[in-house]
Design a protein around this ligand. Structure first.
Ligand SMILES: [Zn+2]
Ligand SMILES: [Zn+2]
Length: 317
């Protein structure tokens, strides 16, 4: 009840926001359909008809998402037929480098919403032959990393950049039960990450933001959209509301345990964005592992044998 008054006609956000690699990555990936397409691509789906058959997405939307992913370089198009010309969508190096993000999505889902019927929750590590949950560790000291163990400093690419323009399509959240009947997918994680503003709010919460106005200033988002997304994240159990002022009532939004456990996803988005989207200036932010004092470099391991896990050492049930 105590949110700021909503302007009748919110202006498109064009303000400057702090440069951040996770935000840049989410500008590309923070879309439900995009995440589903990538999820299938990691299962070696490559052709238009196959994508369409698996997710039942309208042709025009699928064309749009595949084009976007090709333009940014996540897919490379490979011709497999000359007449008529037909192309497959193959993950590039940039695309394959999202595999560790995919593992962190699976880790989070499995820890909080385990479903034995979901094949993505039943990964086997080929090296040890066991079903496993991926772990997020520091490559330098080998310890598990939690958000309390890290701190962030400005990097060479620090600065400000325009907040992303609003998409023409406002509603990118689709009710979960309309999707993928009989084809279980990473639903919870996609509800959090698959909407650009929802995911930006989470990334921003990890930067220590808690109050409505702080989120708004950081993201350059219209107040009605922000208010809607905060409510969704509370409903999803990722944020909780806490009263910090009585008159007028004002609320803070803090990460819950489930929310804090999204840290490895944010860290992976940061890493990927630093590597592929930072350009010549270098990373805007540098994360340090307090435990050992080194710059955080992640290593994803198997919780059964503790060996490193890569794309070629995992099979899905
Ligand atoms: Zn360390
Ligand atoms: Zn293992």
């Amino acid at each position: 009840m105590a949110e700021p008054e909503l302007p009748a006609d919110p202006k498109p956000a064009t303000q400057l926001v702090q440069a951040n690699s996770a935000t840049r990555a989410l500008n590309i990936l923070g879309d439900r359909w995009t995440l589903m397409i990538l999820y299938l691509a990691f299962q070696r789906v490559r052709r238009f008809d196959e994508f369409q058959g698996r997710i039942g997405l309208a042709r025009s939307l699928l064309i749009d998402r595949l084009r976007r992913l090709s333009t940014v370089g996540i897919f490379k198009k490979v011709r497999y037929q000359e007449r008529p010309v037909r192309e497959e969508y193959h993950l590039s190096q940039m695309g394959l480098d999202l595999y560790s993000l995919a593992l962190m999505i699976i880790r989070w889902e499995k820890r909080w919403f385990f479903d034995p019927a979901n094949p993505a929750h039943r990964l086997t590590h080929n090296a040890c032959g066991k079903e496993f949950t991926p772990e997020f560790r520091c490559r330098h000291c080998g310890e598990l990393v939690s958000p309390r163990d890290v701190y962030v400093e400005e990097g060479p690419g620090a600065g400000f950049e325009p907040s992303p323009p609003p998409r023409t399509q406002r509603r990118s959240i689709v009710p979960a039960d309309n999707l993928n009947q009989g084809n279980p997918i990473l639903d919870r994680a996609f509800q959090v990450l698959g909407d650009r503003w929802t995911s930006h709010v989470i990334a921003s919460a990890f930067m220590g933001r808690r109050r409505f106005n702080d989120f708004q200033a950081a993201l350059g988002v219209a107040p009605n959209i922000l208010s809607d997304r905060l409510t969704r994240l509370v409903d999803l159990g990722v944020l909780r509301r806490e009263l910090y002022q009585q008159r007028p009532e004002r609320w803070e939004y803090r990460l819950t345990d489930e929310g804090r456990d999204l840290y490895p996803l944010i860290a992976e988005l940061n890493r990927w964005g630093d590597r592929w989207l930072a350009g010549d200036k270098g990373p805007p932010l540098i994360t340090y592992h307090r435990t050992c004092g080194h710059v955080l470099e992640a290593k994803i391991t198997c919780d059964q044998c503790h060996e490193e896990v890569t794309a070629f050492t995992v099979t899905q049930a």
